[in-house]
Design a protein around this ligand. Sequence first.
Ligand code: ADP
Ligand code: ZN
Length: 281
Amino acid sequence: MALYGAIEAGGTKFVLAVGEDPAQPREVVRIPTSNNPSETLGEVIRYFTRQRGLAGLGVASFGPLDFKDGTITNTPKLAWQGFPLRDTLQKALGLAVALETDVNAAALGEARCGAGRGVEDLVYITVGTGIGGGVLSGGKLVHGRMHSEIGHLLVGRAPDEDEQFEGVCPFHGDCLEGLASGPAMEQRWGEPADGLPEGHLAWLLEAEYLGRACVNLACVLSPRMIVLGGGVMTQGHLLPLIRRRVSELANGYLPLPDIVAPGCEYPALSGALALAMEAAA
Ligand code: ADP
Ligand code: ZN
């Protein structure tokens, strides 16, 4: 069986793996994301050069991405803006390289070998330092002019409870990411989300915003499943609160998607391996 490479490129770390099968990324290593992209890519290239007989590489990257140029377009890490991520890897390794957003790759990973095995209409959302979402529709990853930016959905503010909080998104203030990301919770409540006890109003508010986003996505995309991952979602009590709110907000009108936790250990790496296989075929 051929061997494929996978990268999950993030703003703080790059996670690298190889595998014959998207369900089993192995030799997983993490390297810090340097302010100098050539330095990080140098380490990435050394890792994959050591692997024998690689047939293709999938890159699941933070964005926003320009798929035509194979670059990251707009990031506070200025040296990464416009850096030729895809072409640098392609030239150095001599492989077919597929570039996707981290969250689109994660949606594919979950649909191939995670919670949504065999599901063709699936949304993956990560709720962490930022909020991002990827969309698989009719078995295909959705690209528009760019790609989805689910983290910046304008979900509206909860009345009463949240009037005073401006939100943390530098572009919009109170978009979904501005109101419901880990840093938004920390700023609103004055302590990191992992210290807030079950039963705290913080979790009802979190379920309100994520519930609104899920209903909006159900209205636009009619997915069969929405997978919710990321650091904030490791709070197991949050998922049932979101399901309940989605059901209340949809009020019987829509067939509701299953709202579930990820099934893959590394959803984006699994998706990147699947993309590498397609790129090499
Ligand atoms: P990133 O988004 O940077 O890739 P994570 O998905 O781990 O990484 O998200 C980090 C964010 O998630 C931080 O804002 C952190 O406060 C929050 N977080 C991490 N672990 C928990 C937890 N157990 N409960 C609630 N929030 C958490
Ligand atoms: Zn925003």
